[in-house]
Design a protein around this ligand. Sequence first.
Ligand SMILES: Cc1cc2nc3c(=O)[nH]c(=O)nc-3n(C[C@H](O)[C@H](O)[C@H](O)COP(=O)(O)O)c2cc1C
Length: 177
Amino acid sequence: MNLKELFNLRQSTREFSDRPVEDKTLEEICKLATSAPSAVNLQPYNLYAVNGEKAKQFTKYVQTNGANKWADGCPAYIVIQSREPHAVMRGERRVSNEPFIANDVGILAAYIVLAAEDMGVQTCIIGLRDEKGIADFLSVTENKKFPLIIAVGYAAENYPVRDKKRRDFSLTYKLIK
Ligand SMILES: Cc1cc2nc3c(=O)[nH]c(=O)nc-3n(C[C@H](O)[C@H](O)[C@H](O)COP(=O)(O)O)c2cc1C
């Protein structure tokens, strides 16, 4: 599959088949995705793969206030935890990744969903979540920040590949020369 095909196939999938996702597949997706660039190369995140019975129990943390009802059928999740900011010295210069953590997480999420699609696994990025509930669920005592969750599974049979609905490109793009 070339990159154009991959970009086209990747879409938010909100109906999954009963096919379970193998632990090894989740690990491979995460490993591939950690090739993503990050500010000062600090990778300010950890990844938790939540699978099987644990994924069923986890679903309620992405369904706060009635959101994401579709996640009832989701077989697995990849949870992104963001870590404390760090600073490094570049010679005399102190460089901090703090202002860029959200960017790093977003780029990582993009890598995760594209790596998954390349392996024939579908995803949906989820921003609505109960961070406190997730921290308790994962028994995490520090860095209780989980900026994005990725739902992971195999699309339900005959789940359509939709045309991308996007803002008119001519509004987005300007060539300056
Ligand atoms: C940061 C972020 C948060 C999102 N949160 C949710 C969410 O909570 N629930 C959901 O169903 N989709 C969520 N989405 C998916 C978007 O709705 C989706 O990417 C967008 O409509 C474009 O559709 P596509 O992914 O199928 O191309 C989120 C996407 C991003 C990038």
